[in-house]
Design a protein. Structure first.
Length: 165
C-alpha cells in the first residue's frame, strides 16, 4: 500500500470589483465648509475653471461690464457652478484613463460602425415607387339574406267605462 500524500490546503480566490470611496473634504479646521463635504474632483474642477477664466478674462470679461470687481464675482460664480456640477456627476467604478479612452474612441469611430474593419456606408434615404393593387373579396353566389321587417305597432285598446252604483 502506498502512503497518502500530504494534504495540500485548498485556496479559493474571489475577484470582485474594487469599490472606490472618494476622498471627501468637509472641514477647514473646526468649521464645516458651506455646502460640503466636497470631493477632490470638485476642487480640481473649480480650480481649473478659475485658472482658465482668469487667463481668458479679456475674452469674456466685456460681457459682464467694465468693472473688474464684477468680472471677478462672475468668475467666482462660474467656479462655484463648476464645483457644484462636478459633485452632480455619477460616481462610477471606472478608471479615469479608461473613461477618456472610451470617449475618444466613441468620437473617433464612424457613426454607422464598422463591418470587417471597414466603415459602414449607409445609403441615403430614397423614395420607393411602385403599384399596389388591392382586390376585393371574390363574389359568391348565395341566396339573399332576408331582411327583418318590423311588426306593425299594436292598436290602442279602448277601456270600457263602468258605472258605479
Amino acid at each position: 500500500m502506498s502512503t497518502p500524500d500530504v494534504e495540500r490546503p485548498r485556496v479559493s480566490r474571489f475577484y470582485t470589483s474594487v469599490r472606490r470611496i472618494p476622498i471627501m473634504i468637509g472641514k477647514a479646521g473646526n468649521t464645516r465648509l458651506p455646502g460640503g463635504p466636497y470631493s477632490v474632483t470638485q476642487f480640481i474642477a473649480g480650480g481649473v475653471v478659475l485658472v482658465i477664466g482668469w487667463n481668458t478674462m479679456s475674452l469674456w470679461g466685456p460681457l459682464f461690464g467694465t468693472f473688474p470687481l464684477v468680472r471677478i464675482v462672475a468668475l467666482l460664480g462660474m467656479a462655484v457652478t463648476a464645483l457644484w456640477l462636478a459633485g452632480q456627476l455619477p460616481s462610477t467604478r471606472r478608471k479615469i484613463h479608461h473613461l477618456a479612452a472610451d470617449t475618444v474612441g466613441a468620437i473617433a469611430n464612424p457613426s454607422a460602425g464598422t463591418l470587417n474593419g471597414q466603415p459602414m456606408k449607409l445609403r441615403p434615404p430614397h423614395r420607393l415607387t411602385g403599384t399596389v393593387l388591392i382586390a376585393g373579396a371574390p363574389a359568391v353566389d348565395e341566396a339573399p339574406v332576408p331582411t327583418a321587417v318590423p311588426a306593425p305597432a299594436p292598436e290602442p285598446v279602448e277601456q270600457a267605462r263602468t258605472k258605479e252604483i
